[in-house]
Structure formats: structure tokens, C-alpha cells
Design a protein around this ligand. Structure first.
Ligand code: Y12
Ligand code: CO
Length: 171
């Protein structure tokens, strides 16, 4: 089932999401719906709060060398914790909750992630490149933060002006 994605400036995006405690059929169905929603919107990452569910769950599917995405290669991440972040990198980010806007953001280059999978098993992964960047972007959603909050004052002002104009044009 496709879920509606909420977009900036919807205030729900500012909510700090709560720990996942039930790793049950309801969660599994929700994760499946998130996958369908993300793929149908051409996304590579989606946090639960973006579909109005304030739980600490996110999914990521980095395309392979041919640009293909699959359910099997999708990471389903609950209750993530970042360890040992290292280095810094600039990358042009986009977000399904801020459609049509892309901007360079600074992130850690590599990190270790502790998380739980859909069954509640504790897992660890080493991440670099786009995966490391996307993990940080999605974890920010769980804290109620959007990548536009990392822009400089002037760039943010420019964004607000441009975004308001696009919203008006869509009406
Ligand atoms: C770098 C890159 C991505 C992330 C986090 C996940 N972000 C996304 O998956 C964004 C997807 C996205 C898709 C869009 O739609 C199309 O390209 C058709 C899009 O464009 C519009 O909405 C007009 C914007 C974003 C973190 C770091
Ligand atoms: Co996002």
C-alpha cells in the first residue's frame, strides 16, 4: 500500500520519533508499505516520520552499479545508533519531504551503525560513501531535523523564498 509522504513545512517533521518496541507483523507490513512508497517516489531512503509514523524506523536502498534497487538489498533499520564517525564529506542531498530542492551538506565520511532489524536482532554495519551519508540524513529525520536546517543563514533564506514560490505555483 502506498502511504502519503508529508512535506515541509508540515510540523510533524519536527517530532522526535520514539523507540520501536514491537517487532511484529504490524511493523513488517509497515516496512513493506514504506518500501513501496519510497520506490514509487524514486527515493533511496525514507524515515517513518515522513509517512506520519513517529517511530525510530527507516529504510535505505542504494542503487547498484546499473542503477537498480531491490527489496532484497534494502536495509530496514530500527533504533539506530551511530558509533565511531570519521572524516567529513560534502554531498548534494535531496529529500522526498522537500521535493525539488537539492543542496550540499557536510556529513561524516564513514561510520559504524548499530541497529535492530525487523525481527529485533541487533546488527552492526560499517558504512561509507552514499550509504553513510544517507544513514545520517535519515537518522536526522528521527530527531525531527531536516537537511535544510544545516544550510548557512543566507542559503536557507534563499531556499525559503524559492520553496514558497513553488508551493504557490502548485496551488
Ligand atoms: C543523499 C541522497 C539521498 C538522501 C536521502 C534520501 N533522499 C531521497 O531518497 C530523495 C529522493 C528524491 C526524489 C525525487 O523525485 C525524483 O527524482 C523523481 C525528488 O524530486 C522531486 O521531488 C521533484 C527529490 C528527492 C540522502 C543523501
Ligand atoms: Co529526507
Amino acid at each position: 500500500m502506498l502511504l502519503p509522504i508529508i512535506t515541509y513545512p508540515n510540523k510533524q517533521l519536527k517530532i522526535r520519533s520514539k523507540e520501536v518496541v514491537n517487532f511484529d507483523e504490524l511493523l513488517h507490513r509497515f516496512l513493506d508499505d514504506m518500501y513501496e512508497t519510497m520506490i514509487s517516489s524514486n527515493g533511496i531512503g525514507l524515515a517513518a516520520i515522513q509517512v506520519a509514523n513517529p517511530i525510530r524506523a527507516l529504510i535505505l536502498c542504494i542503487p547498484d552499479e546499473e542503477g537498480n534497487q531491490s527489496k532484497e538489498s534494502t536495509l530496514e533499520i530500527m533504533n539506530p545508533v551511530i558509533h565511531a564517525p570519521q572524516g567529513n564529506v560534502l554531498y548534494q542531498e535531496g529529500c522526498l519531504s522537500v521535493p525539488g530542492f537539492y543542496e550540499d551538506v557536510e556529513r561524516y565520511e564513514t561510520l559504524t551503525l548499530q541497529y535492530q532489524n525487523r525481527h529485533g536482532d541487533v546488527c552492526m554495519l560499517q558504512a561509507s560513501e552514499l550509504l553513510a551519508i544517507a544513514i545520517q540524513h535519515e537518522i536526522d529525520h528521527l530527531e525531527g531535523k531536516l537537511f535544510i536546517e544545516k544550510l548557512t543563514y543566507n542559503r536557507r533564506k534563499k531556499f525559503e523564498k524559492e520553496y514558497k514560490k513553488t508551493l504557490k505555483e502548485k496551488k
